[in-house]
Design a binder for this molecule. Structure first.
Ligand SMILES: [Zn+2]
Length: 270
């Protein structure tokens, strides 16, 4: 087999779409030809890259079900047959899925690049969400009463955990709304308390103390046997603590000592 022929079969080989006879011909060529072996290894690496990129990409559940249920994108007749490249590119001119994938990766990667959440600690991402809530960029589900909000939040995470609750009524603050966010593939519940011109946001998610930012002030409450981690960014103060497998971060513009006092007063050891 000549190099030109081998090159034609390499993509098919990566996709496992060759006959036994073709496979043995290509493989024996690859054994002897460094140049073709190199392009075969590159194709394999590309395919792995695409697979890994797909695994890292988490579309929000709602968006995913919207796309999958949209008949303009996936008509019923096509929903259960063919590969995803055939479904997305029904008139795809290339018979080789790896070629389709190579082109898809050119189209998809720039989007991935822009939509991937920067891999900062989840706790710092919470501060960003706080800014977005105040700026109106993240819509908060309004609560007619705290119970209804809490039930909705627990449903939003399939009952995996419940939002940490605070009684801020002594500061004239009540839960005004909530949101569910997904950061680096992790679900986070957001409860927004407000009143008298003040606001406090509570972020709850499954995690460990490892989720605290690198630079924190650690405060150990000896009476409660709870460690609190405090940090600030862009004018917001935050107090993080763990209860069982749940991490809670309270974020506000109120002074750090007051915020810490609120969390200390209401935190229960796990
Ligand atoms: Zn060759």
């Amino acid at each position: 087999m000549k190099c030109e022929e081998a090159q034609e079969f390499i993509t098919a080989l990566v996709d496992n779409q060759v006959s036994d006879e073709e496979r043995s011909l290509v493989e024996s060529h690859l054994k002897d030809c460094q140049r073709c072996r190199f392009s075969y290894e590159q194709e394999q690496a590309l395919k792995r890259e695409i697979g890994a990129a797909g695994a890292r990409l988490h579309a929000p559940v709602e968006l995913r079900s919207k796309i999958l249920s949209d008949r303009r994108i996936f008509p019923d007749s096509e929903r259960s047959s063919g590969t995803w490249t055939e479904r997305i590119f029904p008139a795809w001119p290339f018979p080789r899925p790896a070629l389709a994938l190579a082109l898809a990766v050119v189209l998809i990667l720039p989007i991935l690049y822009f939509t991937r959440t920067p891999s900062e600690p989840i706790s710092l991402a919470a501060l960003e969400i706080q800014k977005k809530i105040i700026g109106g960029e993240v819509s908060v589900r309004k609560a007619s009463n705290p119970d209804e909000l809490r039930k909705w939040q627990i449903r939003a995470v399939n009952g995996e955990f419940a939002p940490m609750e605070y009684d801020l009524s002594s500061m004239n603050m009540l839960p005004a709304g909530g949101a569910g966010e997904e950061i680096n593939g992790r679900k986070m519940l957001v409860t927004y308390y407000t009143g008298k011109g003040l606001s406090v946001t509570c972020f709850t998610f499954l995690g460990t103390e490892e989720d605290a930012p690198k630079s924190v002030t650690v405060f150990f409450d000896n009476a409660k046997r709870i460690t609190f981690y405090t940090f600030s960014k862009d004018g917001f103060n935050a107090v993080l603590h763990r209860k069982g497998n749940v991490i809670c971060i309270l974020v506000s513009k109120i002074p750090m000592d007051e915020l810490l006092a609120i969390v200390r007063a209401q935190a229960r050891p796990s």
